[in-house]
Design a protein around this ligand. Structure first.
Ligand code: GLU
Length: 261
């Protein structure tokens, strides 16, 4: 497509339901989960919700939030220790989200999932109904892996993958992965001058129906569900921007005020 920016603008213009994945790099400092960062991002998410977007958050940070209570300064290697940290940290993390969203009169609901849940049709459908009801009530679902029960071989692996599965589950129009990486690279960017891929229009027919994927990685795991994906970098000292204002995306989400109910 010659005018891919226009295509992206059009795509973002009809976006109504968004899954936003917040990685540990965005939420944590060496001291644990940053209240300031969670507060700043929550304010942006509430602003999106206020404007009529339906927002689902996939968050990391449960283990990081539980470390201090266990007297640890870094994520342990041992899985039961990690699960204990997550059990402690998940409620702290949710309490923080609840406080931050309450500042904008917005409620949140916690959804904890395991890979097993999404393989089981009944549980998959039940989860789907839960999301629908939460969204219908204007509540922002906040999702994480159910770390304290998931066993190693059943784990999603990372929340990027979980966010892609959740985007499929809720029928999201857009998945935003907020991270410290610029986007999809044609190779490993640490190995030298590897170009950044700005637009992937067609994944050899995997996506079909002309859906545009903007900067998504890795494609084989995340490109299947048919939603557009936007991988946007954290804006350093200025905080993370969920509403991408980069020239590449154009006015993007900010212009999307027509097609929401
Ligand atoms: N579920 C993990 C946590 O909350 C995060 C996994 C990930 O970051 O990919 O600590």
């Amino acid at each position: 497509m010659s005018n891919h920016k226009e295509h992206k603008r059009e795509l973002l213009g009809r976006t109504r339901r968004i899954v936003v994945k917040l990685g540990s790099s965005v939420l944590t400092t060496p001291g644990g989960v940053s209240q300031e960062q969670v507060g700043r991002i929550s304010a942006e998410l509430c602003n999106l919700a206020q404007r009529g977007f339906q927002v689902v958050v996939v968050t990391s940070g449960a283990r990081a939030a539980g470390l201090a209570r266990l007297g640890l300064s870094r994520i342990p290697k041992n899985i039961p220790e990690q699960q204990a940290a997550a059990a402690i940290g998940q409620i702290r993390l949710m309490a923080l989200y609840e406080r931050c969203f309450a500042d904008f009169d917005r409620h949140v609901g916690q959804v904890l999932l395991t890979a097993d849940d999404l393989r089981n049709r009944t549980r998959y459908l039940n989860a789907q109904h839960t999301f629908e009801h939460l969204l219908r009530h204007g509540v922002v679902p906040i999702v994480n892996e159910n770390d304290s029960v998931a066993v190693e071989e059943l784990k999603f692996g990372d929340n990027d993958r979980l966010s892609a599965l959740v985007a499929g589950l809720v029928g999201a129009d857009l998945l935003v992965i907020l991270t410290d990486v610029e986007g999809l690279y044609a190779g490993d960017p640490r190995t030298g001058n590897v170009p950044l891929v700005e637009l992937v229009e067609d994944l050899d027919g995997h996506i079909g129906r002309g859906v545009v994927v903007h900067v998504v990685a890795p494609l084989d795991r995340h490109g299947q569900a048919g939603h557009a994906q936007l991988r946007t970098r954290q804006d350093g000292a200025d905080g993370s921007r969920v509403q991408d204002r980069s020239p590449d995306v154009g006015a993007g989400i900010d212009t999307a005020d027509d097609h929401r109910g």
